[in-house]
Design a protein. Structure first.
Length: 182
């Protein structure tokens, strides 16, 4: 299930720690503020406050099937965040929040790639051969780039399914943007 960002929800999410916490809950499943604090190097009071902010904006909810009165577990409400960067960028008062959010997304992608490289030797040859870190320069019109992006997302949708034995979570990062020439 997707969550479409609007002006209000973008403001609620546009904090580096909130983006990270939401990403962890989506990728690793429910957790407590204390568990998340240990993973991000923050105090549990800080992560707890940010989780409440995320909940206020509908990104996370308390997982009432876990924990007790003293131990609150949180889970992500949606699998994906979707936003129309062009639409949101038209509002001058949102540009800062949009930049914070997008910067954190790119930073997260970088850290995920670097973590894979750091632990690459622990993966089997089959996983290493199946992985890819590449880039390609294409000459495209805006319409062609839009079509490429749409088809890429359609292809990803073909592979979405519940986890099965032998699966690993695979981070698929797709960046497609015009490049200024020197």
């Amino acid at each position: 299930m997707d969550r479409m960002l609007d002006a209000k929800s973008l403001r609620g999410l546009a904090h580096p720690l909130r983006v990270r916490l939401l990403g962890m809950l989506r990728s690793d499943g429910p957790a407590t503020a204390t568990q998340l604090a240990e993973r991000v190097g923050e105090r549990s009071g800080t992560t707890s406050w940010h989780l409440r902010q995320l909940a206020e904006h509908g990104f996370v909810e308390e997982d009432t099937e876990r924990g007790n009165r003293r131990e609150r577990w949180w889970r992500a409400v949606h699998e994906h965040t979707v936003l129309d960067t062009d639409e949101l960028a038209q509002h001058p008062d949102l540009r800062g929040a949009l930049e914070v959010y997008l910067h954190e997304v790119v930073t997260t992608h970088y850290h995920e790639s670097a973590a894979f490289l750091a632990e690459r030797q622990r993966w089997s040859r089959a996983w290493i051969r199946a992985s890819s870190m590449s880039d390609t320069l294409l000459s495209l019109t805006p319409q062609e780039l839009s079509e490429l992006t749409r088809r890429f997302h359609d292809l990803l949708d073909e592979y979405r399914r519940p986890a099965q034995d032998g699966d690993e979570q695979v981070s698929v990062q797709f960046h497609a943007f015009p490049r200024s020439r020197p």
